[in-house]
Design a protein. Structure first.
Length: 249
């Protein structure tokens, strides 16, 4: 029993770095509980979560991951107390200021999924600058979902498609055509979706793109998330048998 569990643990953490998933998506969950457990305000949990994001994104870049997408603020998160929303927005501002300074060195591309038109002028300006700088880079791409909701994304795509062909005959609507109207246009679907924080739900995240993603759930709260935990998730993924609806031949 002891030997079995040791072996299992070792196998579970061994990553084949020559065969990584191309795209990992993460729901950043558990910040509030992390803070409450320490008798701190929830906002302290978000500050810790932003640091964890910085660390994990750097690790993902260093191991050669192509795409990392994180769910930072959903279309439903506006329901939170205004002070909490403000803190998250100012953490994002701080993060983007610093990221812009380091982009030259890090060569990380950044994109944003979601309706950013309703964000503050300062944030919108930072997003525009980050996007502009990113156009010159080829490396790891980090997508931050901000004011993002999967259903909202699908409705917007349908509306834009209908509008685009209001006066012309529309081409056949295939999955491939339709994907071009999503925030994720041109980006491969996530292979691995990670949800820390112990909840077992999708929460309106990448509804279309996650059709064949492998999920990894863990009780670890997001601020406690480490590079080892990323390794564990990747190793776990590498032991899955992805059949995409087919059968193993
Ligand atoms: C969910 O945890 C987390 C959020 C709604 C906000 C995530 C935002 C950040 C980490 C800050 C900035 C992000 C970046 C990318 C720099 P929760 O509050 O729902 O936690 P709980 O379930 O424990 O209450």
């Amino acid at each position: 029993m002891g030997l079995f569990s040791r072996k299992k643990t070792r196998q579970a953490e061994e990553v084949d770095f020559s065969n990584l998933p191309r795209h990992i998506a993460i729901i950043l969950d558990g910040n509030g509980r992390w803070a409450q457990k320490r008798g701190l305000p929830r906002t302290a949990g978000h500050a810790a979560g932003a640091e964890t994001f910085r660390r994990v994104a750097t690790y993902c870049k260093d191991i050669g991951l192509e795409y990392l997408t994180v769910y930072a603020f959903s279309t439903e998160n506006w329901k939170r107390p205004p002070q909490e929303v403000e803190t998250i927005m100012s953490l994002l501002e701080k993060y983007l200021y610093e990221a812009i300074e380091r982009m030259e060195r890090d060569k990380v591309k950044m994109e944003f999924f979601g309706d950013v038109s309703v964000l503050s002028p300062k944030l919108r300006d930072l997003i525009a600058r980050t996007r502009e700088i990113s156009r010159h880079y080829e490396g790891c791409q980090v997508n931050i979902c901000l004011n993002y909701g999967g259903r909202d994304e699908l409705l917007r795509a349908v509306r834009t498609y209908a509008e685009a062909y209001r006066n012309d005959a529309a081409p056949e609507l295939t999955e491939e055509n339709f994907s071009r109207y999503l925030y994720s246009a041109g980006i491969p679907d996530p292979d691995l979706m990670i949800r820390p924080g112990g909840e077992l739900r999708q929460s309106n995240f990448l509804l279309w793109q996650s059709a064949y993603a492998e999920w990894y759930f863990t009780d670890t709260l997001w601020p406690d998330f480490t590079d080892r935990e990323i390794d564990r998730a990747i190793a776990d993924y590498q032991h899955r048998d992805r059949r995409f609806g087919g059968i193993k031949v």
